[in-house]
Design a protein around this ligand. Sequence first.
Ligand code: CO
Length: 262
Amino acid sequence: MSVTIKTPHEIELMREAGRILALVHENLAKEIRPGMSTLEVDRIGEEMIRSYGCIPSFKNYCGYPASICVSVNEEVVHGIPSGKRFLEEGDIVSLDAGVIYKGYHSDAARTVGVGEISEDAKLLIERTRMSFFEGMKKATAGNHLHDISNNIAAYAEKFGYGVVRDLVGHGIGKALHEDPEIPNFRKLSRGIKLRSGMTLAVEPMINAGTHEVLWLDDDWTVVSEDLSLSAHYENTILITEGKPELLTLTESEKAAGYLDLF
Ligand code: CO
């Protein structure tokens, strides 16, 4: 396994890739409304990515046919946008996107409500986001990779949620998926030592029920086995000697105090 350490120049490019993706998510979330098809979500998202001069990294990745993964309710990740699938009031929808800027990748996901959603759904979304920030408390040079994993899992499991094990986060840079794999569940081993200049996509996927998942016949869409609601939250981060730098947060997320959560 080889984990790359980015140069200052590479980090600059990844910051820009991250800044743009954060804006795409901020703007795309505002477009979500009952009645729109998931294909429409993809079209709007892809248009935004290209308007910033970036390439949508998911498009045609291993044959994935769209730019935005749109996963509704029990769909965990990799939902395929469709002109026949319409968002309904009360749904939750996970939007996962990646962009390439001057050869460097960023990757981030947000789960948002469609119109008014249930209290349980709100809590699942909020706690999935918080599990990421619990992980960030350990994302410092000198700590070990699985310290992040264990913090994420310990937080989410307190609520009786199922932490998905069959999909993991990853290193990121010149490629969308680089070493190392980043589990969101508890590991007995410590994992590699974190070093300044590593760039990682940390992405907890949390189910309201069982952690077990299934793949649908389209070979992409992952659903919770018990069809319970599922949420996803992901940012691309830079490991430093101090707090990690979160490359895919917007200015308004920072102003809302997200950097004080870890
Ligand atoms: Co990812």
